[in-house]
Design a protein around this ligand. Structure first.
Ligand code: ADP
Ligand code: MG
Length: 253
């Protein structure tokens, strides 16, 4: 069992949001968000569309600024700009709904680019690491192809390998399977499940409730910019505490 896994839940939170508030103009999108994620923990964020799930994820690697409150990664406040911000983004891997691979670069180049540029890894070492990660997500045979030559499921697995190449402390997934054809959803969820079992700290926004039940240590339910519930999957799915959660579950289950 990897060491990180045994330490699950120990010590200070790896990701900590405290009293986070955010507006888009007049729209209050994040309302007093308090969330602590321990090392090795898998948190699945669910809730109706428009409830602020993506915005919350994007604040964690500072793709979005916040109005007030505090966000810390491994005890450190988020840097505002420059080299420190680039380093932070390297520590917080993110996989989006759309695959976001660089269309004019090969699969291998997609994975080696950031380690070479941001981590100053030498090319050979970056390529060895990339091939190892591509093998781990089952697409090493595609390394010399261009993104458009791969299926959506393969591209999303490359996106996961690309994020892992930066050796992140935490991985954020924002509906990584929503844009995929149904037959490709499981190949991506399987990679995520494996990562979770290896002890990766993960925050996943997803509508895949089977995954949430099986893999999450904790479910966070958001609605209207609030975190309304935080519970184990068993508690959340069997005994939701709020009308909003009961209503949400009645529509999706
Ligand atoms: P979710 O991911 O839960 O569906 P989002 O975080 O994407 O919710 O959006 C929360 C609310 O903020 C929605 O009402 C959405 O329309 C709005 N919103 C999201 N991004 C922006 C933006 N860049 N500018 C203005 N409004 C936005
Ligand atoms: Mg969203």
């Amino acid at each position: 069992m990897p060491e990180e896994y045994e330490n699950k839940g120990a010590g200070r939170p790896l990701v900590e949001l405290t009293h986070v508030e955010k507006h888009y103009g007049d729209l209050h999108v994040l309302k007093d968000i308090n969330l602590q994620v321990s090392k090795g923990e898998v948190v699945v964020v669910v809730g109706p569309s428009g409830s602020g799930k993506s915005t919350m994820c994007r604040t964690i690697n500072r793709l979005e600024t916040i109005d007030s409150g505090d966000i810390r990664i491994d005890g450190k406040p988020l840097p505002q700009e420059g080299k420190a911000l680039a380093e932070l983004r390297a520590e917080v891997g993110m996989v989006f709904q759309s695959f976001n691979l660089f269309a004019n670069k090969t699969i291998l180049e997609n994975v080696t680019l950031a380690p070479i540029k941001v981590r100053h890894m030498d090319k050979k070492k970056a390529e060895d690491l990339a091939m190892e990660l591509l093998a781990r997500v089952g697409v090493d045979s595609q390394a010399q192809k261009m993104p458009a030559q791969l299926s959506g499921g393969q591209q999303q697995r490359v996106a996961i390998a690309r994020a892992l190449a930066m050796q992140p402390k935490v991985m954020l997934f924002d509906e990584p399977t929503s844009a995929l054809d149904p037959e490709m959803v499981n190949e991506v969820l399987d990679v995520m499940t494996e990562l979770a079992h290896e002890g990766m700290t993960m925050i996943c926004v997803t509508h895949e409730m089977g995954f949430a039940r099986r893999v999450a240590d904790r479910i966070v339910f958001m609605a209207d910019g609030h975190i309304l519930e935080q519970a184990t999957p068993a508690q959340f799915f069997e005994h939701p505490q709020t009308d909003r959660a009961r209503d949400f579950l009645s529509k999706i289950l």
